[in-house]
Design a protein around this ligand. Structure first.
Ligand SMILES: Cc1cc2nc3c(=O)[nH]c(=O)nc-3n(C[C@H](O)[C@H](O)[C@H](O)COP(=O)(O)OP(=O)(O)OC[C@H]3O[C@@H](n4cnc5c(N)ncnc54)[C@H](O)[C@@H]3O)c2cc1C
Length: 308
């Protein structure tokens, strides 16, 4: 490819500027790669910047420091039940979930804490875990002038939730919001952040390897070259009415996620050869059949998922 045609040139291109994108970008920079991040919005942070400001991490280091054991099997059961109540089946080998959805939750348990440890170790993150026992009368200082009553975790009463407090990592007292910590760490490492740059196409070579991005900046087409990798950390699709209508079960009345959550990667990824595997589609058909627990008397395993 002719080098002259590129407006940006880096080892690693990262699409998005939320928590996932910064984790990838900072890691790549620490490991010696040059990095450019692209964000379709006018500001940095995505849904991460709009969130409650904690990082929900099972078996996190701060929790372990409190002497709590967030056992793998229990935590995975809890996450499967919370994430897919309609599919959850306590006796099924993958708890009623399609294998890839189950493996994604396993991967989250196995790697999320490692990511926090890594980012903390390189000085990009400074967080503490919730206290061991929630006290609703005692406010938590979120670190930017707002205090909230201390609350237990989502589904704290579920029998699968053996650690109802301590998985939320908050900024350490006196430190900025997590997203601000990450942005500062990225900029300190020389990572360039291009705002209002929307990735629209993955550039691939003849072997279909990713070699760059085509982006839109206002009315301009911009090309970026990736010498090593392209990372899409572009969030969800809650603001794409067509994808929501097709793929999210039940009524969806809106979303508090960033306006950039348009699911751009769905079409970009499919065009680049990725598959759209597990998501349910409306009207009862699914792109992959849902596993069944084997009990003969019912069609929906979710109905007997509860063990309480
Ligand atoms: C109201 C609310 C509160 C929450 N509170 C918490 C909480 O306290 N703790 C917790 O752990 N989780 C919380 N969550 C969930 C959490 O915020 C998200 O799971 C997380 O922020 C997702 O991070 P991300 O990096 O994957 O995506 P995002 O933070 O959304 O980042 C994706 C970015 O990619 C950009 N983008 C998309 N397409 C393109 C494109 N084509 N080109 C360039 N850029 C693009 C988007 O504009 C966006 O900035 C909350 C969610 C909401 C909505």
């Amino acid at each position: 490819m002719n080098d002259d045609i590129f407006d940006y040139d880096a080892d690693v291109l990262v699409v998005g500027t939320g928590g996932a994108a910064f984790a990838a970008a900072i890691t790549a920079a620490v490991e010696g790669s040059s990095v450019v991040m692209f964000e379709r919005n006018e500001g940095v942070g995505g849904t991460t910047a709009l969130s409650g400001g904690t990082a929900w991490i099972p078996d996190n280091p701060a929790l372990r420091a409190q002497g709590k054991d967030d056992a793998r099997d229990d935590a995975i059961r809890y996450m499967c039940r919370m994430s897919y109540p309609q599919w959850y089946c306590a006796s099924h080998p993958t708890l009623g979930l399609p294998t890839d959805a189950y493996e994604l939750i396993e991967a989250f348990y196995d790697n999320a804490s490692r990511a926090v440890e890594y980012l903390t170790g390189v000085g990009a993150l400074d967080v503490i875990a919730d206290d061991a026992v929630p006290d609703p009368t005692r406010p938590i200082d979120l670190g930017f002038g707002i205090e909230l009553p201390e609350m237990p975790d989502y589904g704290a009463d579920l029998p699968e939730n053996k650690v109802p407090n301590g998985r939320h990592c908050r900024p350490s007292p006196g430190t900025p919001l997590i997203i601000e910590q990450l942005e500062r760490a990225a900029r300190e490492r020389g990572i360039d952040i291009a705002l209002e740059h929307r990735a629209v196409k993955l550039l691939q070579n003849d072997d279909r390897a990713a070699v760059g991005l085509e982006l839109r900046y206002r009315h301009l087409t911009v090309l970026a070259r990736a010498r090593k990798a392209v990372v899409f950390a572009s969030g969800g699709f809650a603001h794409n009415a067509e994808l929501v209508r097709r793929h999210l079960p039940g009524r969806v009345y809106g979303s508090c996620s960033t306006s950039g959550a348009q699911g751009d990667f769905v079409s970009i990824g499919i065009e680049a050869g990725a598959s759209w595997a597990t998501w349910p589609t409306r009207g009862g058909s699914r792109s992959r059949s849902r596993p069944h627990c084997g009990r003969p008397h019912h069609r929906g395993c979710g109905s007997h998922g509860a063990t309480r």
